[in-house]
Design a protein around this ligand. Structure first.
Ligand SMILES: [Mn+2]
Length: 484
């Protein structure tokens, strides 16, 4: 009986399908106030990146507030071996399962093993066939013409779900913004959000958890001259990479690089007047550079999302990076409990993050020496690089050099049972030309009879393959990545 009531509520939240989903995006929801005392234990399974952890925290909060008992597990990917275990769990322990930030890519496996009840998918990855009538237990923005790549992340889907359960959950909106930043969805004008994310941001501002600030788009915590030399959104031949020239440039603007206590100043320390003159000077440097100067001027300003309740972390993007580190380093629970307000976990998470940064910088050096060039792709494999960070490394390496952006980068890392984890990334210019890595990996794996689910977004996708198939896999992906 309990399970039926919960399912009813869930279905209520999406049953009027498109109408409901869109309505909940636009206005306060009208979900029954008398939430049932649900006796069934819910098990939330979520992805380990920042979007997955924020999704998990939002769901945990919502269930807790509704007095529904739950447990939570975080997985690097929803592989078939886990789906088998989950099947046992449903049968033997009468659990209700919620999948967040994955599930769409594994839909066929889930349907085959778990049937169509006792679980619920809240995801934003592109379904294989968006024209298909969506299944009742599968919430995905693509079915409603909403992009899961740019307009809403899994945390956003979970947020609308939580808000549908109880309008009071509006205070969880700030977590959804952290998740969306983790999936780099602030690609609108001046680092802003678009579509459904915009609605979530408005909720977060309304509930006092986030404030938005516009500022020059360079690192705000590094010394100013370092930030200008290395973190401009686009390189300026006159300044980039040259700290001495930057110092002279600042001097010409009468902006001091140190304060009266000889502390190095950062962007945050500048007065409004100084910021204005710096911005003006940067724009004119951009004009002298080339014809794309108008783009450059637009890129020079970005949005910062200030958090009010995660002291000492004030920047939502930084919080998002911290969560990613927790997940990738194998401490996802620290991230989730930080999100749920535990100060001690937050302090520990910050310490772990320092370790993570060190691990990343070592891995980047190893990765740079391990790139191979093929006709249509580049590959990267080094047995010293941990599978948990291979996706991150793949993204960093792809964007580290202009010539690497010309082809997709497919990275491999050793995984369990003689298998390799695959992470693929491509620059947006290639996506514009029609490249779709999610589709390519899915189809190559299907063709090769690899049973683990593969897929993802056009610019970022993943898979898991038996190590012995490596050579063949590379050949197939190389063929499939040809753009006509
Ligand atoms: Mn996601």
């Amino acid at each position: 009986m309990g399970s039926k009531i919960l399912l009813d509520i869930f279905l209520n939240a999406i049953d009027e399908r498109k109408d409901y989903f869109l309505k909940s995006l636009r206005e306060e929801s009208e979900i029954p106030k008398n939430f049932p005392d649900f006796k069934k234990n819910v098990h939330i399974y979520s992805h380990l990146d920042s979007d997955g952890l924020t999704s998990a925290a939002i769901l945990a909060f919502a269930l807790k507030r509704a007095n529904i008992s739950y447990q939570l597990s975080v997985l690097p990917q929803l592989e078939t071996q886990y789906i088998k275990k989950i099947k046992d769990e449903i049968i033997n322990y009468n659990r209700f399962i919620i999948f967040s930030d994955f599930g769409t890519g594994q839909l066929e496996f889930l349907k085959k093993d778990l049937g169509s009840s006792n679980y619920f998918i809240l995801d934003h990855h592109q379904p294989e066939n968006i024209k298909e009538h969506p299944d009742i237990f599968h919430v995905n923005p693509y079915y409603y013409d909403i992009s899961g790549e740019s307009e809403i992340s899994a945390a956003g889907v979970c947020y609308f779900f939580a808000k549908a359960l109880d309008p009071k959950n509006i205070d969880l909106s700030s977590l959804a913004i952290i998740g969306a930043l983790g999936d780099m969805q602030n690609k609108g004008d001046k680092g802003g959000f678009i579509g459904a994310n915009k609605i979530i941001l408005d909720d977060a501002i309304k509930s006092g958890k986030i404030s938005v600030e516009r500022d020059i788009s360079i690192s705000r915590h590094q010394p100013l001259y370092i930030a200008l030399a290395y973190s401009l959104p686009e390189k300026l031949p006159t300044l980039s990479g040259n700290e001495e020239k930057v110092k002279l440039f600042l001097k010409s603007l009468q902006i001091k690089i140190q304060d009266e206590w000889n502390e190095k100043r950062t962007l945050i320390n500048l007065s409004t007047y100084e910021k204005k003159s710096l911005l003006k000077a940067l724009i004119s440097e951009g004009y002298e550079r080339n014809d794309k100067s108008k783009d450059f001027a637009v890129k020079l300003i970005t949005s910062y999302y200030n958090l009010s309740n995660f002291d000492p972390i004030t920047d939502a993007k930084e919080m998002s990076k911290l969560l990613n580190a927790c997940g990738r380093l194998g401490f996802p629970s620290l991230g989730i409990s930080s999100l749920m307000g535990d100060k001690k976990s937050l302090r520990m998470a910050i310490e772990k993050n320092k370790l993570y940064k060190r691990e990343i910088s070592i891995a980047i050096r190893l990765a740079e020496q391990s790139i191979r060039n093929y006709k249509n792709i580049n590959t990267l494999y080094n047995s010293e690089i941990n599978e948990k960070i291979i996706g991150t490394i793949c993204s960093i390496i792809l964007h580290s050099k202009e010539e690497l952006k010309e082809k997709p980068l497919i990275a491999f890392a050793d995984s369990d049972n003689h298998s390799l984890k695959v992470s693929a990334r491509a620059d947006h210019e290639l996506i514009k030309k029609g490249l779709n890595l999610g589709k390519i990996l899915r189809e190559v794996c299907q063709k090769m009879g690899i049973i683990n689910p593969a897929g993802g977004h056009p610019p970022a996708a993943g898979a898991k393959i038996p190590s012995m198939n490596l050579k063949n896999f590379i050949e197939e992906v190389d063929k499939a990545a040809k753009i006509d």
